[in-house]
Write a protein of this length. Structure first.
Length: 169
């Protein structure tokens, strides 16, 4: 591994930790800050390679587990936002758009189910005290639409990076 990759990886780990920590202390825009961590992971994968990207993900996951006190933020990063860069990278090698969308949707739904179960068992407990103003299927469909927008924006980011910055980083 090159020294420049280690240095860039360290910078990306630091940036990831900053955004995870900010999402734990700022009362608004938690999802926006966590979305930025997905951009950082994808940036590490396309600019430094999958192995270094994996090291950035693992190191930032371990460090955030010890640094950030609300563990639900850390689990959200580990199970969804951080891991999604790798899922996207490998799924998009199929070059079959309907299959890619289907697999991404499966990943989203499975990861949301796991996060919901973790929140329910570890953090919140009984959800009956929370008032739900919409039926659960409406929330799921809305979440899936937001997820596809998120995926599309990540795709635009990768295209823009490859076009303008790939040779400079």
């Amino acid at each position: 591994m090159k020294v420049s990759n280690i240095t860039k990886g360290g910078i990306l780990i630091a940036l990831t930790l900053i955004f995870i920590y900010l999402s734990s202390i700022i009362p608004t825009n938690k999802l926006s800050l966590m979305t930025i961590t997905s951009f950082i992971i994808i940036l590490s994968i396309i600019s430094l390679g999958v192995k270094t990207g994996l090291l950035v993900f693992v190191a930032s996951s371990i460090l955030s587990f010890f640094i950030v006190s609300p563990k639900e933020i850390v689990f959200t990063y580990i199970l969804f936002f951080g891991l999604y860069g790798f899922v996207k990278y490998y799924i998009e090698h199929f070059n079959n758009v309907p299959l890619e969308l289907f697999l991404k949707l499966i990943y989203f739904n499975v990861s949301m189910f796991i996060l919901f179960y973790l929140y329910k068992t570890l953090f919140i407990g009984d959800f009956s005290s929370y008032k739900m103003y919409f039926p659960i299927y409406t929330i799921i469909i809305f979440g899936e639409i937001i997820f596809f927008i998120f995926d599309y924006v990540l795709t635009l980011f990768v295209s823009y990076y490859n076009k303008h910055f790939a040779s400079k980083f």
